[in-house]
Design a protein around this ligand. Sequence first.
Ligand SMILES: Nc1nc2c(ncn2[C@@H]2O[C@H](COP(=O)(O)OP(=O)(O)O)[C@@H](O)[C@H]2O)c(=O)[nH]1
Ligand SMILES: [Mg+2]
Length: 166
Amino acid sequence: MRLPQNRGFGGALKTGLKGADKPHVFYTDSDLQFDLEEIAGLLEAIDEAPVVIGYRVDRQDHRMRKVNAWAWGRLQWALFGLDVRDIDCGFKLFRREVLQSMPMHSDGAFISTEILLRARAAGHRIREVPVHHYPRKAGAPTGANLRVIGKAFRELWELRRELRSR
Ligand SMILES: Nc1nc2c(ncn2[C@@H]2O[C@H](COP(=O)(O)OP(=O)(O)O)[C@@H](O)[C@H]2O)c(=O)[nH]1
Ligand SMILES: [Mg+2]
């Protein structure tokens, strides 16, 4: 799938997830920090839970990223009671119906949190599987850019407003 213009991480991700047409849908980052062979571990768990997400056992990113991720996770726990180890792990497997039946609004990095919150709100079980994570060998990370973080907070408040008005 090709978008006519860059719509950001969330825009790209939801286009791919919504367009997928096989029973199981997997996504990962393209920066090669994961080992694709470890899909096997996710597949083993997909019959028990329709959402199987990796968590990085020894995340190979700068300390500041890990601190940010920890704080973000605590915030989602405090706001929504979302209790998973690694919300933004770019290594996740879904049964397609889970993705097809939920709206996805975020164009930014918040999409990962949004999908988990909506899956949980729909009553789907979430299983967590440990995965390895490797140092970035090329390219530059974008996950800690202030623009990315600012947008994630805006999209977070939008979803919070939506969920509270139900
Ligand atoms: N198609 C698309 N993919 C993106 C975009 N932004 C991020 N990604 C994907 O998301 C992954 C994670 O982003 P990255 O900057 O590598 O994150 P980090 O390693 O956590 O800093 C990338 O490897 C890309 O695969 C985007 O604007 N469009
Ligand atoms: Mg990465």
